[in-house]
Ligand binder design. Structure first.
Ligand SMILES: NC(=O)c1ccc[n+]([C@@H]2O[C@H](COP(=O)([O-])OP(=O)(O)OC[C@H]3O[C@@H](n4cnc5c(N)ncnc54)[C@H](OP(=O)(O)O)[C@@H]3O)[C@@H](O)[C@H]2O)c1
Length: 250
């Protein structure tokens, strides 16, 4: 069946590339790109593409996206793929300065809360906003950008206290949602996804130690993401997988 794609965080490196790939993918008849601000967005002209400005921390705005999807569903019986590609590793905006912590002395309450708010709570508020859509019983895949560093079992290097914890907490939130959805919305598949290190603004300051050939272009990263997402069965469980489709330990 033909599908609608929704990409949240469309101004981001991975999110933006996903928008372009979904527009070029014949499986999608409609692509909705969502960003907190559409001022900086520039995509190739495509009649499938709709751009919406919305932020999950403002429920009335998030509901606009849900309403657009429900409207599309009323017009044609379409299944949905949602990519939540938002996230934060470092920033220096206004009074908030966030840098991944190398040592515990660097831990700062305000910075850590900003990372947790962005990486853990914002994606979950998107899921909350989509509840009326999920209740329509369409086959729906929701892929959320997590990260391998959110794996507790895989944490051998330490460091990055807030970012790691925000992704581990995101995984736990998604696990909890998948348990609830198995009962309420068995038609919804949740995927916590690690894209591999990708050349974006988020990874830019930390690319020096990435081994040769392991820094993915945004284009390749989006291609892998969409391929892995489309291969996921709707099976009432949360998957934590990487760009090869391989499971990651929790
Ligand atoms: N790049 C990598 O190597 C890598 C590796 C592992 C995991 N990831 C994960 O992949 C996701 C996308 O990363 P990316 O590399 O594409 O990053 P990016 O280019 O920095 O894009 C992140 C996007 O997140 C959205 N966002 C929402 N709230 C934000 C806030 N408070 N501060 C900053 N951005 C905010 C923004 O989109 P809008 O303004 O359009 O809403 C922004 O463009 C993140 O969750 C990241 O943790 C990336």
């Amino acid at each position: 069946m033909k599908r609608i794609a929704v990409v949240i965080g469309a101004s981001g490196g991975i999110g933006g590339a996903c928008v372009e790939h979904c527009c070029a993918d014949a499986n999608y008849v409609s692509v909705i790109a969502v960003s907190r601000s559409n001022a900086a967005l520039s995509f190739s002209e495509n009649s499938k593409l709709t751009i919406l400005e919305a932020d999950s921390s403002k429920p009335s705005m998030a509901n606009v996206v849900t309403e657009a999807l429900m409207q599309a569903k009323r017009v044609a019986s379409l299944d949905v793929d949602i990519i939540i590609a938002t996230g934060l590793l470092h920033t220096e905006t206004g009074s908030i300065k966030v840098q991944p912590e190398k040592r515990i002395e660097a831990l700062d309450m305000q910075s850590a809360l900003t990372v947790l708010e962005t990486n853990t709570l914002m994606p979950m508020l998107w899921l909350q906003a989509f509840s009326p859509l999920f209740a329509l019983k369409l086959d729906t895949r929701v892929l959320v950008l997590s990260a391998r560093v959110g794996s507790i079992g895989d944490n051998r290097l330490g460091g990055w206290y807030s970012y790691r914890s925000s992704k581990a907490a995101l995984n736990m939130m998604l696990k909890t949602a998948s348990t609830e959805y198995a009962r309420r919305y068995p038609n919804v598949k949740l995927i916590a996804y690690h894209p591999g290190t990708t050349d974006t603004g988020l990874s830019k300051p930390f690319q020096a130690n990435v081994p040769e050939g392991k820094l993915f272009s945004q284009d390749y990263s989006a291609e892998r993401l969409i391929d892995v997402m489309q291969s996921q069965a709707i099976d009432k469980t949360l998957s934590f997988v990487d760009w090869q489709g391989k499971s990651i330990e929790w």
